[in-house]
Design a protein. Structure first.
Length: 148
């Protein structure tokens, strides 16, 4: 794998770097037809308050969101050269409860979503949203597949 994830969190949350590496590696392998760069990927779990601040700054929305991703070169003071993904832990926990699955699974969904944005996928238009959602489901199934 040519993407090296690094993991930051403001408190212990039960998500491990080996799990993040597994998700990143599977997404990378499944998207091998895309021309992908390599490098370091920063994955950070932050507070809802910190996410609200980032969302206000970069999207002009004064509320927390679940995940933001920043491809290489999109931040003036980037920590990683491949890209950065930030996930709001409180939002992640609430969404897991709402959808009736584990927080780890919700985190994985958000990580996949952020990675797809870094790879250039979007969901602004209905057709784009359908393609991205379908790919997210396929990637999630592959990640949780036995003997993978």
């Amino acid at each position: 794998m040519s993407i090296k994830p690094v993991f930051y969190t403001y408190k212990p949350v039960g998500i491990s770097l080996p799990w993040i590496k597994r998700v990143v590696e599977i997404v990378y392998i499944q998207l091998k037809s895309h021309k992908l760069s390599s490098g370091e990927l920063s994955v950070a779990i932050i507070t809802d308050q910190a996410m609200r601040s980032l969302n206000r700054r970069y999207r002009r929305l004064d509320k927390p969101t679940d995940v933001l991703s920043f491809p290489s070169g999109s931040l003036p003071q980037a920590v990683a050269d491949f890209g950065e993904i930030v996930i709001a832990w409180g939002v992640c926990q609430r969404q897991a409860k709402k959808h009736g699955h584990s927080v780890k699974k919700e985190f994985t969904i958000l990580l996949i979503h952020g990675l797809l944005h870094i790879y250039g996928f979007d969901h602004k238009k209905n057709t784009e949203a359908f393609i991205m959602e379908d790919l997210e489901k396929k990637l999630l199934a592959k990640i949780y597949e036995k003997n993978n």
